[in-house]
Design a binder for this molecule. Structure first.
Ligand SMILES: *[C@@H]1O[C@H](CO)[C@@H](O)[C@H](O)[C@H]1NC(C)=O
Length: 243
């Protein structure tokens, strides 16, 4: 009998069986049939004895009330959890949207980079006048901002750009190379005529350019540079950041 009571209490505590337990509470006065199918009179008597003493019923009802309250609390927490989960899903959707947006921004970002050597094999210069050096051997020209026919780079967007030049030359003549920005001298690299054999020089600059501004390299009058298969005299530039 004690075992049955334990089972009964356990069932009444379980939310799943709460309804059935209530039924059991009223049906328990009926004949008790053992597993073998025979009516167990002594057990029946015992059950009758214990069927519904008032204090036991009251205790069980109280127990059930408490269980229902717990269930309600659980339901409330479940609803809160569901709300939190929905909020999280919404935030996740927003983050994914932002990532997509960034991908699009990155995809549509202007990509500008070029690198070119003078080309050929030998000296360019000396000339009587300052001459724009045309770098004809183009390695890359992403965005097409460098014009290989004129040697002039034209900024396709306002932004921060980096440019560098390196040269190689003999010393029977001086070499003076200047980087110009829209007719204004921006940087110069130079060596004098001398008794040595060869010289190398270079300069690099980061410039803030407006859209359409030009950058090009000037070989000064009466100076020269050398370029060959090993690529010695190059002009490089790229957009660091659009502004
Ligand atoms: C070449 O350009 C430099 C710098 O702008 C200038 O000082 C020089 O006089 C120019 N030379 C000639 C021959 O025009």
């Amino acid at each position: 009998m004690k075992a049955m009571l334990v089972v009964f209490v356990l069932l009444s505590r379980s939310p799943i069986f709460a309804q059935d337990t209530r039924g059991l509470n009223f049906n328990i006065t009926g004949p008790v049939v053992s597993e073998s199918g025979k009516t167990d009179t002594s057990l029946q008597n015992e059950v009758k004895e214990l069927t519904c003493p008032f204090n036991l019923c009251a205790a069980l009802l109280k127990e059930q009330g408490a269980t229902e309250e717990k269930l309600k609390a659980t339901e409330t927490r479940l609803v809160l959890l569901e709300t939190s989960l929905q909020e999280l899903m919404t935030r996740l959707a927003i983050s994914e949207g932002q990532i997509e947006q960034l991908k699009i921004v990155n995809r549509d970002k202007p990509k500008v980079a070029f690198s070119a050597a003078v080309g050929g094999h030998g000296y360019t210069g000396p000339f009587d006048t300052n001459t724009t050096l045309v770098y004809k051997n183009v390695f890359i020209n992403i965005g097409g901002a460098y014009n290989r026919a004129t040697g002039i780079f034209a900024a396709p967007v306002k932004g921060v750009y980096y440019f560098s030049i390196f040269y190689h030359s003999g010393v029977q003549y001086a070499t003076t190379l200047s980087m110009y920005r829209n007719g204004q001298l921006a940087a110069t690299t130079h060596h004098d005529k001398g008794a040595g054999v060869q010289e190398n020089g270079g300069v690099g600059l980061t410039l803030l350019l407006e859209r359409g501004e030009h950058v090009y390299i000037m070989l000064w009058a009466n100076t020269r540079i050398w370029d060959g298969v090993n690529i010695n005299t190059v002009f490089t530039g790229f957009l660091v950041n659009e502004l």
